[in-house]
Write a protein of this length. Structure first.
Length: 205
């Protein structure tokens, strides 16, 4: 029996063995094999009924879950930077910086408004760069093995392009651009999502 369209689920790494047990109970004892591209699909479970579960690598450049993660989240209403060892935040900082939303006004007022808005966004980015450098870097290099970033995609890109954070730019990275305004709870929830094992499941038709 062939498999249908796939969907991706996120599983806490501590519960992966239990998830595989559940997959086995639902679909029969699966055959385990290596994916066609081991760097993106370390292993595949193929069940007797046609169900297929592809266990995906953590991110491009990292097959396994990195031990130490740096988190950088920012939206126009605030930001959060964190350092995590396993599932525990060992250092973090959350702050607010207001950036005005867009306006429909025209003429000179719109130009002045756009400059003010741009200055506010630049100040937010500069602040996040400083916090990330303080918490995720040492003179010897990064304190982390990978990054989890999220929030406003354009602002995140500006932060990561800052020369001060150059040692972080080549690290493996997971991205979540649907997070709410960063607060401590959002930071912790994003850490849990960032650590999750992603599994692409195709159920039998």
């Amino acid at each position: 029996m062939s498999a249908g369209p796939g969907r991706v689920v996120e599983v806490d790494p501590a519960r992966l063995d239990r998830w595989i047990e559940g997959f086995t109970q639902r679909h029969g004892v699966p055959e385990r094999s290596v994916g066609d591209d081991p760097e993106t699909v370390p292993f595949v479970l193929t069940a007797p009924d046609g169900a297929v579960a592809q266990v995906l690598s953590w991110a491009p450049g990292a097959v396994d879950l990195p031990a130490r993660l740096g988190l950088v989240l920012l939206r126009r209403g605030g930001y959060a930077v964190g350092l995590a060892d396993g599932d525990r935040l060992t250092d973090h900082y959350c702050g607010t910086r207001y950036v005005q939303s867009r306006t429909a006004a025209g003429g000179w007022s719109q130009q002045r408004y756009a400059r003010r808005r741009g200055n506010q966004a630049d100040a937010l980015v500069e602040r996040v760069v400083e916090q990330a450098a303080d918490r995720l870097l040492t003179p010897q290099g990064p304190l982390v093995d990978a990054l989890v970033v999220g929030g406003d995609k354009a602002l995140v890109r500006q932060v990561l392009e800052a020369p001060l954070l150059a040692p972080l730019t080549d690290l493996p990275r997971r991205e979540f651009y649907n997070v709410p305004d960063p607060r401590l709870k959002v930071l912790h929830d994003t850490l849990l999502r960032g650590r999750a094992t992603r599994i692409r499941i195709a159920e039998p038709l």
